[in-house]
Design a protein around this ligand. Sequence first.
Ligand code: GP9
Ligand code: MN
Length: 715
Amino acid sequence: MLITKLKNFFKTRLGLIIILLIIYWFKTIFAYFVDFHLEIDSIFQYIILFLNPLATGLFFLSIALYFKNTKVFYSVLFILYFLLNIVLFANSVYYREFSDFITINTVLGSSKVASGLGESAIQLFRFWDLIYIIDFFVLIGLKITKRFKVDHKPFNKRAAFAVSWIAILTFSANLFLAETDRSELLTRTFSRDYLVKYLGLNAFTIYDGIQTYNTNQIRAKATPQDLSSVTEYVSEHYAAPNPQYYGKAKGKNVIYIHLESFQQFLIDYKLTDENGVQHEVTPFLNSLFHSQETYAFDNFFNQVKAGKTSDAETMFENSLFGLNQGSLFTQLGGKNTFEAAPNILAQNGGYTSAVFHGNAGTFWNRNETYKQFGYNYFFDSSYYDVTADNSFQYGLHDKPFFEQSIRYLEHLQQPFYTKFITVSNHYPYEQFTNAESGFPLATTDDDTINGYFATANYLDTAVKEFFDYLKASGLYDNSIIVLYGDHYGISNSRNTSLAPLLGMDAETWNDYNNAMMQRVPYMIVNPGDTEGHINHTYGGEIDALPTLLHFLGVDTSKYLQLGQDLLSADHDQIVAFRNNNFVSKEITVVGDRVYNTETGVEITNPDENTTTLIKNDKEAVQKQLAISDQINNGDLLRFYKDSGLENVDPSKINYKDQLGQLKTIEKEKGDDSTSIYSENGDKTTQSLFKTESYQELNPTQASSAENSSSTSEAK
Ligand code: GP9
Ligand code: MN
């Protein structure tokens, strides 16, 4: 009975849609697990993953139900089904080569894709691809053998609506679950992997289409004339280098160490444990902070918004702000023209550039953005041995990360410009909370705060181990090492719980205190220098690039950079936050409130001078942010020729088999090769890296890790 009923149902129009939906759902789930690497962390994420193909799949297929005419219904249905499958299949194949999803821009610039794929396209097919297409053969077979049953009974409009509504409701439920697991998913757009994991391929493709359209509109309207207000601002705002420091590190390697979520208050901080014993959280970074070799800035603020790490990178590499909404890396990083540090240094000093990062290359769209910046090499997690035990959701832990980076670093030609992006000190700070980690937890009512000191302490030791290697290998002496905290680790909403640990009163904690907590370390370590000092200038991430370039003896007057050299006498000391709040040497403005920056006292009745000061500073901040948006949204650097810099050709950069590429260069250069490996008589320097492994710190986890298999895979 039931079987015949079911059989009859599947012969109806709706029945066919349900069958196609089930097949499509199965294929998508198959792709999720076989072709894509989505890194599912929890049961909750599995549920979302299983749900998302159903929502959009049903929505699209249900469109056919609105067509009454039999021929039209079946044609529309099969076209829609075909399109859904094309998107799925094309992405599955594309992902094998690029570890990424197809965007509208990749389709539009298909020559770039083709050049990337080269002749290898055919080689990208796998035997299991049959699963993606076999149903089409079956359908054609049924049609030819006339066994395909056609349902002439049109579907009524109301019922069609009902089906579409079910799809929309399912999608809403999907979106709700996704936001619960990953808040601000759509506004921050961390990576394409995330969007697909949470919302599915179709929703991602549509979302990407809308975003692309919006940005293309602004870009299309921009003209070279828009540059005149920009160049005028930049030349007025330019701060000439301080001759005392200009070129002090000329020709040296640059090694950036990105200290994840690291705030300035950690420097010199001592955490008191339950027994009243004090523990210095970051002894090594503290020693750098006080060293004569170090130019340290203790009034240096992060200026990021929703793009967090990527916003910090945008500023450090370009001296331009991130966007007011979302991340510049994900929205514009893959297509804008930049005059970024790697390219500037390649053309002013012959620098080779590389980024090292133990997370997936697609996160924050780095794999594309770095090419636009001109980074020659990008070692992402596919270049590291990442296991369940030595990593967490943001990638490989810092100690194995630095240790495993050496095998690539030693092959880079000098001088090099490199960046090491750490991850261990990332929220939720639960990574090292077991007693064996050797560092006590704080005892506030907020676990996020409690773990923060232990993860910071771990990062500190990891950086020390890397420095020890730099010294042992000889790299130290001809490099400068720049360390910075990218943004806060403890958000404003948690600061009242943190206040007592800082000797402050939670009751009187206010916006001024929140603003001051945005300080992050910025330290330039110049080995051999004796003029280093702790500088109290007010500045921010936007100022880092001109500061660094002047230190390297590179003239910045021709570049469209919005920051000012922190060591320059002309430096303005106004630090804009992306939401128009700001801190200057004199005043701090948060919304409508104004505070005296030095004393923290609120200014409720400003005198005439202060009123003018507030007005001028506000205007300066708005102007700086507006100019940045104008440059980025209009992609104005594509029109700018006066810097004399040749544009990057991203199609010449390939982040595959990079060790092979480096070794080829070493071979070609022969005796002229300047890599540490060559200078060491063609011998590796990896053994010079001494590490106290994570396993030693965590004996309990180490034993269970012996059974766990490697999750690392060349992507
Ligand atoms: C991920 C890492 C973290 O790769 O850089 O980014 P964040 O969440 O701090 O922006
Ligand atoms: Mn970060």
